[in-house]
Write a protein that binds this ligand. Sequence first.
Ligand SMILES: [Fe+2]
Ligand SMILES: [Fe+2]
Length: 258
Amino acid sequence: MTLNVLFLGDIVGRPGRRAVALFLEQNREDFDLIIANAENASGGLGLTPKNARQLKNLGIDVLTSGNHIWKYREIYDFLDTHTWLIRPLNYPNAPGQGYTIVNTPKSRALIISLQGRTYMEPIDCPFQCVDNLLKNLDFNGPILVDFHAEASSEKRAMGVFLTKRASAVLGTHTHIQTNDAQILDDFTGYIADAGMCGPKDSVLGMNKEIVLERFLFKRPVKFKLADGPLQINGVRVKIDLSSNRCVDISTVQRIFSK
Ligand SMILES: [Fe+2]
Ligand SMILES: [Fe+2]
């Protein structure tokens, strides 16, 4: 039996939530498990409890996150009380959990959220944290990891580190989908970055003129979400449930006119 998983890259603001709603309206039934990174789902930065619930109600089973999850204080308590929303495991003394176990129609699955340290906050070591978790948890079933990191080298290293231990290691945070979806050592599905669900005609979801202004003049300007067509970026992962091995991984892209 095969578990069909959809993993969506960072959902950015209202346009991102809208794109996900349009996509899942048509495709929800194709998947046994849907995971999405929601660290930017509210206003393009952070996540409110209200938007977390909305995304869950669209049919997403687990929301992962990253460095921007701490923006809204209300999410701290929400993280403690809602196991379907997780934050990176390797934050020191943080509210909420860095992993969750979900029941799918076919099996239980373990989802882990991790964050990199290269060009990011020097939080605890993601490699040691996930190693400890997997040693202590003794979980038998598909294991999917969202590695929220900047550097492709660190992401690749995590893929190698978890080869034959995780069913999939899927990168997020850069908002740019990479062209390296593959199966490592005939076991672990891998992509450096799943990409972004949000405004297509933008720089990482933000209004491109404003971002350009920042790069050209180096003066502080307030970011604004971009308008226009919407995009979905993610990966489709198939996992063989007798071995917990990824048997297929492919990228997903969809564009909606608005
Ligand atoms: Fe992000
Ligand atoms: Fe991020």
